[in-house]
Design a protein around this ligand. Structure first.
Ligand SMILES: Cc1cc2nc3c(=O)[nH]c(=O)nc-3n(C[C@H](O)[C@H](O)[C@H](O)COP(=O)(O)OP(=O)(O)OC[C@H]3O[C@@H](n4cnc5c(N)ncnc54)[C@H](O)[C@@H]3O)c2cc1C
Length: 500
């Protein structure tokens, strides 16, 4: 602990966000980091607790609090305070493969468990992490680390989201030859075609790809395993296969009129992908055939009434995106009741706080339209169209009766709606890849493995990430990828000395 009284002397200072009117003009990242002196003061706020709950990933009341990667947070906070940036980087990279992703998009489970947060604002762990890694890239300290001793073993990774990338990064540093297969035209999974550009600039993914390629990882994009290449071919060519295909199967909307296939109804991730493709194309990115043929999202949104079904993070990303594309109005529907503003007694620190969060998209909607876009305990009951196009949505209040969701008769209301974005969650992986390999799925649509293991019942075949855990977070995908890599290494070598 560099400065014993840091937590008393210095107040928390977050990275600054650009003002709403400025940031909604484009899809650029809008948070600005602090300078080195201000960052050192933030590092000094860390109390170097004897029991650092921030790095614990404890399960309390059914939810995890603290970092799933067990990042050595007090250690690198101390190094930041002392200005030892190389040491801070070394300690960060020991447990985290891609701090440039989590430093941008992680909801910071660590900060919710920070002891400083018991009586005051928690330490800025998330922003400190981003500072360490971005300084290292800017100053040329992130150079390829090529492992000289090669094992001669070959591993195929199917899917290039954060879990697949973590498997590849770990195994490549261990000395195995890794090839990553991705069906999309660019790598990154939901980092690329889910999370919008303003939260994670896509150059950040390209920069990591270049580094991994320089370290020996091979990326094959536009290859759909199970369709373009059969499992047999892959299993014949490689010593192990990691299936990391995500959990992209959307929860369908049960509403009257869905069967009419009206124009203007989209699942959130399909819409967000279309938006990112157009942002990349406008920035002059390499144009692929798929990018050229995709629809123009601005034409769908400009001057239109939009309803986003789903009050979670994906829904918020839709709100932020349609505001940037010039919607006439945006309404976000959430089935659950509005959470309390502060913690309830039944949800004490350091449990994950079940409190109202107003994210960037909702902040922007409040600034632009003068009101919070969210309506709680409400869903869509029916869709109405004209000439095949969506025109309005009938919404209805809902409640729970003996744990079952029920619609409240007499509360129906019709809203104008040209575009409905369904962000109502996910129901597991798209099953075709697992089925092609003969890997069984659980009732939740995830790949089945023994408890705590990443090994499927099929010889040579492992699995990780959302496909295995269910739709989750980037930090969990990386943690899963690291665990899976360790098990593959043990399988290939008969032992392992890798870090989880
Ligand atoms: C809109 C949205 C916003 C989100 N925002 C956040 C956030 O802010 N913070 C956060 O922590 N988490 C966020 N998440 C969750 C996070 O993105 C996921 O938990 C994480 O990306 C899962 O990683 P993954 O590697 O398991 O799968 P994915 O990221 O889904 O990647 C799977 C990859 O596998 C590829 N693939 C599938 N099948 C095949 C095949 N047969 N052959 C070849 N390739 C295949 C897919 O194309 C995809 O690229 C968000 C999710 C969504 C939907």
């Amino acid at each position: 602990m560099g400065k014993e009284t840091g937590f008393l002397e210095f107040e928390r200072a977050d990275n600054c966000a650009a003002a709403v009117p400025d940031r909604i003009r484009n899809f650029d990242e809008f948070r600005q980091g602090l300078d080195a002196d201000a960052r050192r003061r933030q590092g000094a706020r860390c109390m170097n607790c004897g029991v650092p709950l921030c790095q614990s990933a404890m399960r309390l009341s059914g939810m995890v609090t603290g970092c799933p990667l067990h990042n050595l947070i007090p250690e690198w906070n101390d190094e930041i305070y002392r200005g030892h940036e190389d040491q801070a980087l070394a300690r960060l990279l020991k447990t985290s493969n891609f701090p440039e992703f989590t430093g941008r998009v992680c909801p910071a489970l660590c900060e919710k468990a920070c002891v400083c947060g018991l009586h005051d604002d928690p330490v800025t762990v998330h922003d400190n992490e981003l500072y360490i890694i971005e300084r290292a890239f800017a100053e040329g300290r992130m150079q390829p680390r090529v492992t000289k001793n090669r094992s001669g073993r070959k591993v195929a990774v199917v899917g290039s989201g954060p879990s697949g990338l973590a498997v590849a990064d770990q195994l490549s540093h261990r000395g195995h030859d890794v090839t990553v297969f991705e069906r999309d035209d660019r790598i990154g999974g939901l980092l690329m075609y889910g999370i919008p550009n303003m939260k994670l600039d896509k150059q950040v993914i390209a920069r990591r790809q270049h580094l991994m390629e320089a370290e020996g990882v091979t990326f094959c994009t536009g290859v759909d395993i199970g369709k373009d290449i059969s499992p047999k071919e892959l299993l014949d060519q490689f010593d192990a296969v990691a299936l990391c295909t995500g959990a992209k199967n959307p929860r369908p909307l049960q509403a009257e009129g869905m069967e009419d296939n009206l124009k203007g109804v989209y699942y959130a991730v399909d819409f967000l992908k279309m938006v990112t493709k157009s942002v990349i194309a406008k920035k002059g990115g390499r144009k692929t055939a798929k990018a050229q043929s995709s629809a123009d999202p601005a034409a769908l949104v400009k001057g239109k009434h939009v309803i986003v079904l789903g009050g979670g993070d994906t829904g918020n990303d839709c709100v932020g995106s349609v505001i940037r594309l010039g919607c006439k109005s945006v309404t976000q529907l959430e089935m659950m009741p509005q959470p309390p503003v502060g913690r309830l007694e039944s949800n004490p620190w350091p449990e994950w706080p079940k409190v109202l969060k107003t994210d960037y998209g909702q902040e922007e909607a409040i600034a632009v339209f003068g009101k919070d876009p969210r309506i709680y305990t409400t869903t869509v009951k029916a869709l109405h169209g004209k000439a095949g196009k969506l025109k309005s949505a009938e919404i209805v209040q809902v409640g729970f009766d003996q744990g079952k969701l029920v619609q409240k008769a007499g509360t129906e209301q019709t809203l104008p709606c040209d575009l409905l974005l369904i962000a109502a969650g996910f129901i597991g992986c798209q099953p075709y890849t697992a089925e092609a390999f003969g890997v069984p799925l659980t009732g939740r649509g995830t790949t089945a493995t023994p408890e705590g293991s990443y090994r499927t019942g099929v010889e040579k075949v492992f699995t990780a990430g959302d496909m295995h855990r269910g739709q989750s977070l980037v930090v969990w995908a990386i943690a899963e990828g690291r665990g899976c890599a360790l098990e593959i290494d043990r399988y290939l070598m008969g032992y392992t000395d890798m870090d989880v």
